[in-house]
Design a protein around this ligand. Structure first.
Ligand code: FAD
Length: 106
């Protein structure tokens, strides 16, 4: 089985990659589907404390499904909330596409 950390890092990899390939101009259906995705994801994520906290976060700050950039930025902010909670360093969200889409530029 996957432990909580391994599950977490693999799941973040999937979620950030999904956000990286979300359309820049999503249709109304795609926007609705992405909202539903996160709603359902937050109810079935197989780490109970993680799922409970994530549900609360998305209620106060729902996914910004307007574009690829806005979704990736939102998800980066959500991940940073967890980073801070766990005492980890916060990630620079201006660089989220470099990390998960385009590759590092420097
Ligand atoms: P991870 O945090 O898994 O990050 C993986 C990689 O993503 C990093 O190496 C970095 O390159 C990149 N990254 C880091 N921050 C960002 C960011 N803000 N935006 C974009 N990319 C970034 N664990 C708990 O103990 N308690 C919890 O309540 C909890 N809640 C979670 C909720 C969700 C929805 C998920 C998916 C995971 C949760 N986890 C929780 C797991 C936790 O977030 C980590 O995945 C785990 O601690 C392993 O951390 P890591 O150091 O390997 O890096």
């Amino acid at each position: 089985p996957l432990d909580k950390d391994e599950l977490g890092s693999r799941t973040w990899g999937f979620l950030h990659t999904m956000a990286a390939y979300y359309p820049e101009n999503p249709s109304p259906q795609q926007k609705q589907d992405m909202k539903s995705f996160f709603d359902i994801f937050s109810r079935f994520y197989p780490c109970e404390v993680c799922a409970k906290d994530f549900q609360k976060e998305i209620q106060t700050q729902p996914p910004n499904v307007d574009s690829q950039k806005s979704l990736s930025k939102w998800l980066c902010d959500m991940h940073n909330i967890v980073n801070v909670k766990l005492g980890k360093k916060s990630f620079d969200c201006n660089r989220v596409n470099e990390r998960w889409k385009d590759g590092w530029i420097d």
